[in-house]
Design a protein around this ligand. Structure first.
Ligand code: NAD
Length: 253
């Protein structure tokens, strides 16, 4: 059956790879983008080339009105969605708490945590209750492995873990599975320097047991599977996809 899939942050990185992966399943994919219409158009083309149908929709996930407008547009075109992939996110500021402005803190939390709440809530209230549904949030190993300079990001992703688990038990009886994937180091624009600077990349990948960064397509494969009926008994899970990086916490102990 053709599904209607909503992917936020779909104009680049992991979101774009997820959109294309759903396209390969022949799905209808709403390519939700923040502000880059050129990148959104590239994702639309990739989804269509892969065999899916695509619709580019502007959406600021941290803005309730923008989320409502985007979902209205998608529902008008295709009806209610049965899969939501929430990939929109900002990276950590690199600023320690003592120097962090409230504006920076709010900007990150609004996008990476409140955005997940707003899109999930809108998805849940609009869905067709007779169709099994799945929500996958792109979290991070930083949900539990903290890093100096990342209080904004780590707090948002840590909060996202609890949001995922709470929604999983609330929605289990209603046919909605809610899960998170937790990437380690993935080569996307969020890691722009590591994409181009191989010496810098090596300083990071030396800490990864598999000795390399991941590709967005590897995350997309997991997301597509987790959203499918093949994963029908999985809910409230948080699955690391990190080449073993999160197992290295005892390094130096
Ligand atoms: N790349 C990694 O190493 C890595 C590791 C762990 C987790 N993640 C998570 O993966 C997700 C995707 O990141 P990515 O690596 O593909 O980076 P990316 O920068 O390519 O993608 C993030 C996307 O989110 C969009 N976005 C930013 N603010 C938004 C807003 N307010 N509303 C809607 N969209 C907004 C951006 O435009 C961008 O397209 C993020 O949630 C990120 O935290 C990435």
């Amino acid at each position: 059956m053709t599904r209607c899939v909503i992917v936020t942050g779909a104009e680049s990185g992991i979101g774009a790879a997820c959109a294309e992966a759903f396209g390969r399943c022949g799905d209808k994919v709403a390519v939700c983008y923040f502000d880059n219409t050129t990148e959104a158009a590239t994702t639309v083309t990739a989804v269509e080339k892969a065999g899916g149908t695509a619709l580019a929709v502007q959406c600021d996930v941290g803005d309730e009105t923008s989320v409502a407008r985007a979902f209205d547009t998608i529902e008008k075109a295709w009806g209610a969605a049965s899969v939501l992939v929430n990939s929109a996110g900002l990276n950590m500021s690199g600023v320690t708490v003592r120097d962090m402005t409230l504006q920076q803190w709010r900007r990150l939390l609004d996008t990476d945590l409140t955005g997940a709440f707003l899109t999930s809530r809108r998805f849940l209230t609009a869905r067709d209750a007779t169709v099994p549904a799945s929500i996958v949030h792109i979290s991070s190993i930083h949900a539990y492995a903290v890093r100096a300079g990342g209080a904004d990001y780590c707090a948002a992703k840590g909060g996202l873990s609890n949001l995922v688990e709470t929604m999983a038990i609330e929605e289990a009886a209603h046919g909605v599975r809610v899960n998170a994937v937790e990437p380690g180091m993935i080569l996307t624009p969020m890691n722009a320097r590591a994409e181009t600077d191989t010496a810098y990349r090596k300083t990071l990948t030396d800490n990864i047991p598999m000795g390399r960064a991941g590709q967005p397509e590897e995350v997309a494969t997991l997301v597509r599977w987790l959203s499918s009926e093949e994963a029908s008994y999985i809910t409230g899970a948080r699955i690391a996809i990190d080449g073993g990086l999160s197992l290295m916490q005892a390094l130096g102990a």
